[in-house]
Design a protein around this ligand. Structure first.
Ligand code: FAD
Length: 531
């Protein structure tokens, strides 16, 4: 018994040692038009992400592909290898929990680095779409489409994210109530599956793969091209913020705004929660100052929580005479604190790129590259008030360490056939707790404190039976993933078996176990294998 155990341990150790060099040789032999890199600095550059929550883990190699075929060649090699080594696309590395990493025995495909050969965005103005490489950043998609007076319809708040990365999640912002998430605005995809096949898919062709990949957390294939639907680009934006002291009035107004149909409505509806005594800490607050200073004490809140509604009206310069009147009519229906209206007017591109300005500011203070224990939740409308009482007015106390966004969306703008998971109600809210941790800050700004707060928020939701779904999900066990997907799990699992049967892709999501990772971790035969 003891000697056979020792023999087995020895065999496993030998295999582990062999995995690295032998796979390195196989990878080195793959003939690609782009290039592989094994340089320590390149490996280090993909070993961490925006979250900075995990210790960096360098992969075996990084591929800088020039084409979908390069990606396919790598995946075919991984698929055919004894260990089925992991391959993960990395967009811009803006995940929080290592979702784009492979661990030490995999290969990261750097999608966002421009290589000789990776195609430029190609705009078809007549057909109102743009074809883009999967690693293209949204900011570059915007620049290219604006040359034709066109722009995508649905956005994220921040544009330095990759097309493939946001389409693997959903891609949401204040336009989603009207246009749906970014995954509702895609016409066609080229995808390299976990078998190494390059497949074109759309509503008409390979439909299951098309819907599965959208919101599919990279589990079924690497998106190498996306065809994105466009609209005529607005030129200017009237950007308005108003405050509320009553959560009920605030959400009533938000829900009213997203229920409006027809031409005359706001184009963007978001909001955020202000629990801090000042707005200074909040990187979304630059809007208020210095030209437009606001002191929270000037608005009667009795030291309690305030809510800020953020809305925009897009317009063409030729409409500048009428926009004031149109905004005034729309605002008349709202019940905000009358003295709390803050308005600004800017170019469309500056509005869309607003978070980048905050990024530059934070970078200059060394506050960008810090740990980000973010928590993003979809909360059903019927329970948002309970969430407010339990979390905003309860667990958070009066310190937040970063912006807390809250805005509602209409479920009928989400395609149920996609892999994205949302609550089972017609209207649900995004609550995004976008906190930064500081090692030398107050106790309430420390990483462990914020992580513990996230845990308490999830626990509170579970105990109060608020059926939240995580956006940009992160779960520790397969049991939790099964619960996350609910009715969609069987379909999700069968798609995995069909398109990535050896569990090569996006192993950093930790949904399915990769066989080569199993060499390093004790695997469980039960369906609730713990990670
Ligand atoms: P990565 O983090 O590199 O990858 C994310 C996952 O997608 C990984 O599993 C990866 O393997 C997979 N993947 C990457 N590329 C591909 C591809 N081509 N094909 C298949 N799978 C792929 N999200 C919103 O929806 N709305 C927002 O307003 C928003 N704002 C943000 C602001 C900031 C400052 C940050 C840091 C993030 C924000 N996000 C937002 C979250 C963002 O959508 C996710 O981080 C997302 O993962 C995209 O980031 P990325 O392109 O860097 O992808």
């Amino acid at each position: 018994m003891t000697s056979s155990f020792l023999l087995m341990t020895f065999a496993i150790c030998t295999l582990i040692i062999a995995v690295g060099p032998s796979e390195l040789l196989r990878i080195g032999a793959i003939d690609v038009d782009g290039h592989f890199t094994f340089k320590p600095s390149d490996l280090a550059s993909v070993s961490s992400d925006f979250g900075m929550l995990k210790s960096p883990e360098e992969p075996l190699a990084v591929l800088h592909p020039s084409s979908a075929e390069d990606v396919a060649r790598l995946i075919r090699t991984a698929y055919g290898s004894a260990t089925a080594f992991p391959v993960s696309a990395r967009g811009h590395g803006h995940s929080i929990n290592g979702q784009a990493s492979t661990g030490r025995n995999g290969v990261v495909v750097e999608m966002s680095h421009r290589n000789i050969g990776t195609p430029e965005p190609l705009v078809e103005p007549e057909e109102m779409y743009v074809d883009v490489w999967g690693g293209e950043l949204w900011v570059d998609v915007l620049k290219k489409t604006l040359e034709h007076g066109l722009a995508p319809k649905s956005w994220t708040d921040y544009l330095y994210l990759s097309v493939g990365g946001t389409l693997s999640n959903a891609g949401i912002s204040g336009q989603a109530f009207h246009h749906g998430p970014q995954i509702s605005n895609v016409l066609e995809l080229d995808v390299v599956t976990g078998r190494g096949e390059v497949m074109r898919c759309s509503e008409e062709e390979n439909t299951r793969l098309f819907h599965g990949v959208l919101g599919g957390l990279g589990q079924f294939g690497i998106i190498t091209r996306a065809r994105i639907s466009l609209e005529p680009a607005p030129q200017r934006v009237r950007w308005i913020r108003v405050l509320y002291s009553s959560f009920e009035v605030f959400t009533e107004d938000q829900e009213y705004l997203i229920s409006m149909h027809g031409q005359s409505k706001f184009d963007y509806v978001e909001g955020f929660v202000i629990v801090d005594e000042g707005l200074v800490n909040n990187w979304r607050s630059s809007f208020f100052s210095p030209r437009n200073p606001v002191k929270i004490s000037s608005v009667s809140s009795n030291g309690s929580v305030l809510y800020c509604l953020e809305i925009t009206k897009n317009y063409h310069e030729s409409e500048s005479d009428t926009v004031d009147q149109e905004v005034e009519i729309l605002m008349k229906k709202l019940n905000f604190i009358p003295t709390s209206v803050f308005t600004t007017d800017l170019q469309y591109v500056d509005f869309l790129d607003r978070v980048h300005k905050a990024e530059l500011k934070l970078r200059s203070k060394n506050l960008w590259e810090v740990p980000h224990p973010w928590l993003n939740l979809f909360v059903p409308k019927s329970r948002i008030s309970d969430f407010d009482k339990g979390v905003f007015k309860g667990i958070l106390g009066n310190k937040t360490s970063g912006p807390i966004l809250i805005y509602p969306m209409n479920k009928d703008k989400w395609d149920e056939r996609s892999s994205a998971v949302t609550p089972d109600e017609e209207v649900f809210y995004l609550v995004a707790l976008l906190r930064s941790a500081l090692s030398d800050g107050e106790e309430t700004q420390k990483l462990e404190y914020l992580k513990d707060q996230n845990r308490r928020i999830l626990e509170f939701c579970e105990q109060a039976k608020i059926n939240v779904k995580q956006y940009l999900p992160h779960h520790a066990t397969q049991e939790e993933w099964v619960a996350h997907y609910g009715d969609k799990w069987d379909q999700f699992r069968s798609m995995k078996a069909e398109f990535d049967p050896r569990h090569i892709l996006a192993t950093g999501q930790k949904i399915f176990q990769n066989p080569s990772l199993a060499l390093f971790r004790p695997s469980s035969s039960s369906s609730s294998a713990s990670w």
